[in-house]
Design a protein around this ligand. Structure first.
Ligand SMILES: NC(=O)c1ccc[n+]([C@@H]2O[C@H](COP(=O)([O-])OP(=O)(O)OC[C@H]3O[C@@H](n4cnc5c(N)ncnc54)[C@H](O)[C@@H]3O)[C@@H](O)[C@H]2O)c1
Length: 316
């Protein structure tokens, strides 16, 4: 039986991962400070995992690593816009917390880590769809930079401390329990004002959105032994195989909520129509590497948004 520790396991993606690990028979411990996660997200696995309400930055957690085979390190601040207003918070939560996890792993002799990274590490890639070996990696946001620095710490853990790691670089993940991002924002804005919708930027930002069911299937499609047969660090992209623009996202959210004739009000954005400083205007990931491991995504971008907006409509 695999003994898994999931940091951030009460969050949006983490809770789906925990449910899947429990279902496949892992012995699962969850570490989460519940800053954005919720125990309600884990209700369907109630009693089948250990839960520890701890903060990676403030609390001692070595004891949780005793006997653990693999750490799934999802805890982070995933809100790109926090990086604009409070970059130091972003770096503490994403880089310092990752360093503390790796140091504890070294002390407790745990070698295997799966990390959740992001498409934003590539910055404004000149190759789209962007493959894992694209370079130079030049993030344009604090979020992307913080995740790249965390990846570099993990690479060093692999080369100097004998670790093995997969870093999954996600496009925009959506689905049930989605708690941030454009679909979530549009849903709440439309709930408050169903006749008009403010859209950040020029609405032409083109990105890949993928469903959390495909995300979890991707994360479980390949083991560390398969991905890193000689040890070391491997990056794998996860995303849908298509992209859509923000207006299409807005149309899909309106459709899911049964709204028509909504007036779109574009802010115009910054620097050529970006929604905010550091917003990548065009993002689509090459996902052949994961496909070669047998992973087949079930949702395109629009279908993933529709499913998310319907879930939000039923649950809020
Ligand atoms: N959702 C996406 O589209 C997306 C895209 C790319 C990468 N990711 C990455 O996937 C991971 C999960 O993202 P998510 O969307 O589920 O976000 P989320 O906010 O729902 O999950 C993060 C979890 O970590 C916990 N947490 C945060 N700081 C902590 C700390 N210091 N100590 C303990 N727990 C802490 C939060 O309470 C939360 O449960 C993150 O690493 C994120 O950067 C997400």
């Amino acid at each position: 039986m695999t003994r898994s520790l999931v940091t951030g396991g009460a969050g949006f993606i983490g809770s789906h991962l925990v449910n899947a690990l429990v279902a496949r028979g892992d012995q699962v411990s969850v570490l989460d400070n519940l800053s954005s996660g919720s125990l309600d997200f884990l209700a369907s696995s109630h009693g089948a995992f250990e839960f520890h309400q701890l903060d990676l930055l403030d609390d001692e957690f070595d004891a949780l690593l005793d006997g653990i085979d693999i750490v799934w390190h999802l805890s982070a601040n995933p809100e790109v816009r926090t990086g604009i207003t409070e970059p130091e918070v972003m770096f503490r939560q994403n880089v310092d917390a990752t360093r503390l996890v790796l140091e504890a792993m070294v002390r407790c002799n745990v070698r295997d880590i799966v990390f959740t990274s992001t498409s934003t590490v590539y910055g404004e890639a000149s190759v789209v769809p962007t493959p894992e070996d694209y370079g130079p990696m030049e993030p344009i946001s604090s979020y992307g930079q913080s995740k790249l620095e965390a990846e570099q710490l993990i690479e060093r853990f692999c080369s100097e401390d004998g670790g093995r790691a997969i870093s999954f670089r996600f496009a925009n993940c959506v689905g049930p329990r989605s708690n941030h991002g454009v679909t979530f924002d549009f849903f709440h804005k439309l709930r408050a004002e169903p006749k008009a919708l403010e859209i950040l930027g020029d609405g032409k930002q083109f990105k890949s959105y993928f469903h959390v069911a495909d995300c979890i299937a991707g994360m479980l499609a390949v083991s560390l032994a398969e991905a890193c047969p000689n040890g070391g660090f491997t990056a794998l992209n996860v995303g849908s195989e298509d992209g859509i623009d923000v207006v299409t996202v807005a149309d899909a959210v309106c459709e899911a909520l049964g709204l028509s004739g909504v007036e779109y009000d574009f802010t115009g954005g910054v620097d050529g129509g970006r929604g905010w400083e550091g917003d990548v205007k065009r993002m689509l990931l090459a996902v052949e590497r994961l496909r070669d491991c047998g992973w087949v995504p079930q949702f395109g971008s629009r279908a993933a948004i529709l499913d998310t907006a319907r879930w939000l409509d039923e649950n809020y």
